[in-house]
Design a protein around this ligand. Structure first.
Ligand code: SF4
Length: 405
């Protein structure tokens, strides 16, 4: 495959439908909960990571640059995590300013950075071109470094216990905005800005703000750019990428057909429809069985165990009966296809949804284990810096934006 061919496969289109409608299959679309400031906000500037091979060459031509320069730019961007054209010594100095403008406009600007876990967790709040805020979290472990990224500004799924859900959906992020979170974080690792010295970003999880399946084309473009080998992508194995969903079944089925072996994570949070209808509004569109059927089919197609995310909420979904129901639901398929990650909820201040008692967490885990289910209490990195999904952005945005009623 030539460099240009692979660029074609990583491209996204720029005529994405208006954000705010998540596919809902035959039963119709799911209407996202929209933020007050949801409106057409214009589009983020077009970036190298948004362009297909043809567009890159066209832009290069317009600047009077031959085609081979595009490959040089890709090498800077993907192999060296560099988007500062003023340092591109292989590009004529007279062109560097134009290259910067035409290919590498600034898409994300750091607002604040919070550090925890002795400097091994770094959470960054980013400002986008329209003053929207998103966040990413970099977590260094002894044998890997994982980046958690956002795919939408806010989220339209409306889960009542979640800080991001309270914001509603402002807009989808562009592929460039998603990929930039990875590029900047990989560069931070390379420069040794995370405690532990220089290192390599090895894993990416789409578990920050947003429902990735609600922005499918952009996240798939990002997945391809993250996983392709340099200079077509960052060279992070697709097996080290996790795409999460709250249960958008058409998205899970579409992902299964891509043939890209990413891990799927399903945020289940409840083992029965009565409870899940309350915790995860999307359940009214796709219920527990529909979501688990699709997730199990994904396992069969990808041969990758599916992660089942389960936020433990005190007295709500963390009792023995819930653990037994969950074990039965998963064992129904009978082939050790899932890995359950119960995680103590990091509560929104003042809400009725709060974290489980440690003894309930342990009992929940024990019941799953006794039923033969693989389950690990998920690490709660960064909890002391508002580590749950969406909370840092939620705090800052609430200070600067009109409140949702
Ligand atoms: S829990 Fe996930 S899907 Fe639900 S509102 Fe929060 S970010 Fe969206």
């Amino acid at each position: 495959m030539t460099c240009d061919d692979s660029f074609r496969s990583t491209a996204t289109t720029h005529d994405e439908p208006e954000s705010g409608i998540t596919p809902g299959g035959t039963s119709g679309a799911f209407r996202d909960v929209l933020a007050k400031d949801h409106a057409r906000r214009g589009k983020p500037p077009l970036h190298f990571a948004d362009m297909d091979a043809g567009e890159r060459i066209e832009r290069a031509k317009a600047l009077g640059m031959p085609k081979f320069r595009v490959k040089q730019l890709a090498n800077h961007y993907y192999a060296h995590f560099d988007a500062d054209a003023s340092t591109f010594t292989d590009v004529p100095s007279s062109l560097r300013g134009d290259v910067q403008q035409a290919f590498f406009p600034t898409l994300i600007t750091e607002v604040t950075r919070q550090v925890a876990d002795d400097g091994q967790t770094v959470k960054t709040l980013w400002n986008l071109f329209d003053d929207a805020k998103i966040e990413s979290v970099l977590m260094r472990y002894p044998n890997r470094t994982t980046l958690c990224i956002s795919s939408q500004v806010g989220c339209g799924m409306g889960c009542p216990f979640c800080a991001t859900g309270q914001l509603g959906l402002t807009r989808n992020m562009s592929a460039g905005e998603i990929v930039e979170q990875v590029r900047v974080s990989a560069a931070m690792m390379q420069r040794g800005e995370v405690a532990g010295g220089p290192g390599r970003l090895s894993n990416v999880v789409f578990m920050g703000m947003g429902e990735p399946m609600g922005n499918y084309k952009a996240i798939m473009s990002a997945v391809r750019q993250i996983s392709a080998m340099p200079p077509e992508g960052f060279g992070i194995s697709a097996r080290n990428i996790t795409v999460s969903t709250v249960g958008v079944v058409p998205g899970i089925r579409r992902l299964a057909q891509e043939g890209v072996p990413v891990r799927l994570a399903v945020s289940l949070h409840a083992p029965n429809n009565e409870l899940r209808d309350e915790l995860v509004p999307m359940n009214k569109r796709f219920d527990v069985d529909a979501v688990l059927d699709a997730a199990h089919d994904y396992y069969l197609a990808s041969k990758r165990r599916v992660s089942i995310e389960y936020a433990l909420m005190r007295g709500i979904n963390d009792q023995e009966v819930h653990a037994r129901q969950l074990a039965n639901k998963l064992n129904h398929y009978g082939d050790n296809w899932a890995h359950v990650n119960p995680i103590p909820l990091n509560p929104i201040e003042g809400s009725k949804w709060t974290a489980s008692k440690p003894e309930d967490e342990q009992r929940f885990l024990e019941i799953l284990h006794n039923a033969g289910i693989t389950a690990t209490l998920r690490d709660t990195r960064g909890q002391d810096i508002d580590g749950a999904c969406g909370q840092l952005a939620a705090k800052t945005i609430n200070m600067t934006m009109p409140q949702r009623s």
